[in-house]
Design a protein around this ligand. Structure first.
Ligand SMILES: Cc1cc2nc3c(=O)[nH]c(=O)nc-3n(C[C@H](O)[C@H](O)[C@H](O)COP(=O)(O)O)c2cc1C
Length: 364
């Protein structure tokens, strides 16, 4: 018997660490302590998170960077192999793999994902992305798919059918044709590992509602963060399902608000890698719907600070209060990024987690 996946654990607000596998994490900055995503640092960050009882490590899927001084994100570790290695170096944390549907065949994904689920004894997680960057897809000679989520529906159906069948099966779809396909072993988790879809737009939400366990998404304003949760719940209800929502934030946690804000200004304004911020924002704005449209005009600092995600900047008390507000809007979990994960995670875990425990948001 495998243990329940950490995402099914008792904490009301689940917490994880996002994007340690890529240069810069989510930040686009030139500060000397910027994250260079070495393997040793990935390992250390995962072990800190594991020991602190955080629920998950979630990698970004990136094949190409955004230029600028540091060629930010050009260096990134592939996510199946990254998770497999972390599986033997950690004990209880969930390990996601972020997979581009159009770039990875579902038969390959089924086998790789099941492999990590076995190595980790049921701690694997799948984060599906359809992708948005035409230059990245160009490296594979693959055009951006117009109806990415139609392809994703076939992709996940194949993966589930392969796990369900010990006998070879044929599959005839619009995007995939499989002849006498088999993939053993199946994942330990049944019918498949915990699965989220990272998306913001309507078709991505409908896909998550119909086929995944969670939507992983962004919001721009705390005041209306709950509307995204209500929207996905409505879409899930229509297809008779219950789908949770996770979001993403970048964190600067310091003993005083002044220190936190000064550091946020330093790394995400004064020493932002501005050419790369421009390139990232321009291509995201043109090709992706992963944020509220007004975010690009209003929140440049957020793009330098954490690729356009929500900022949690402050003291342990204010950050815990912001997290409680996010949970209050209906989000079940938050994936967090830091400028330098190994330096900043210990302070965050030591000072924010106890406040969340007192608030009843976390029991472990
Ligand atoms: C929270 C979040 C995380 C994402 N992570 C990735 C990623 O790691 N790699 C990637 O290529 N796209 C990523 N995306 C982009 C999606 O793949 C998708 O292309 C984008 O959100 C636009 O399409 P949508 O309308 O489905 O949201 C992410 C999107 C969101 C909202």
């Amino acid at each position: 018997m495998i243990k329940a996946h950490p995402l099914h654990g008792p904490n009301k607000l689940k917490l994880g660490v996002f994007s340690t596998n890529a240069d810069g994490g989510l930040a686009i900055t030139d500060v000397p302590e910027r994250w260079t995503a070495s393997w040793q640092d990935n390992l250390t960050a995962a072990q800190i998170a594991d020991r602190a009882g955080l629920e998950f490590m979630l990698p970004i899927a990136r094949w190409r960077g955004f230029g600028g001084r540091n060629k930010v994100r050009e260096w990134s570790f592939e996510t199946f192999t990254w998770a497999a290695a972390l599986a033997v170096a950690t004990e209880q944390i969930g390990l996601f793999m972020t997979v581009h549907v159009p770039l990875v065949h579902p038969l390959y994904a089924a086998k790789a994902l099941a492999t990590v689920d076995h190595i980790s004894q049921g701690r694997a997680g799948l984060n599906i992305v359809c992708g948005w960057n035409p230059k990245e897809f160009g490296m594979f000679g693959t055009p951006l798919v117009e109806k990415g989520y139609d392809q994703a529906a076939e992709w996940i159906e194949i993966l589930e059918k392969l796990y369900a069948s010990a006998e070879p099966l044929d599959y005839e779809g619009t995007y995939y044709r499989l002849k006498e396909a088999v993939s053993r072993p199946a994942s330990l988790q049944a019918p498949r590992p915990v699965t989220m879809n990272a998306a913001f737009g309507g078709p991505g939400r409908d896909f998550a509602a119909a086929r995944c366990d969670y939507l992983f998404t962004t919001f721009s304003e705390m005041s209306d963060a709950g509307k995204h949760v209500a929207d996905i719940s409505e879409r899930a209800e229509k297809v008779g399902r219950d789908v949770g929502v996770y979001t993403v934030a970048h964190v600067v946690c310091r003993p005083t608000m002044e220190e936190a804000q000064a550091y946020y200004t330093r790394y995400a304004v004064d020493l932002a890698d501005h050419d790369a911020v421009d390139a990232h924002m321009a291509s995201k704005k043109e090709f992706s719907q992963s944020h509220d449209p007004h975010a690009y005009d209003r929140y440049r600092q957020r793009f330098a600070g954490g690729a356009g995600t929500y900022p949690l900047i402050g003291t342990p008390e204010t950050i815990a209060a912001d997290m409680a507000a996010i949970a209050g809007q209906g989000y079940q979990g938050i994936a967090l990024s830091f400028v330098n994960y190994t330096r900043e995670l210990p302070y965050f875990c030591d000072h924010v987690l106890p406040i969340l425990r007192k608030a009843g948001l976390r029991v472990t």
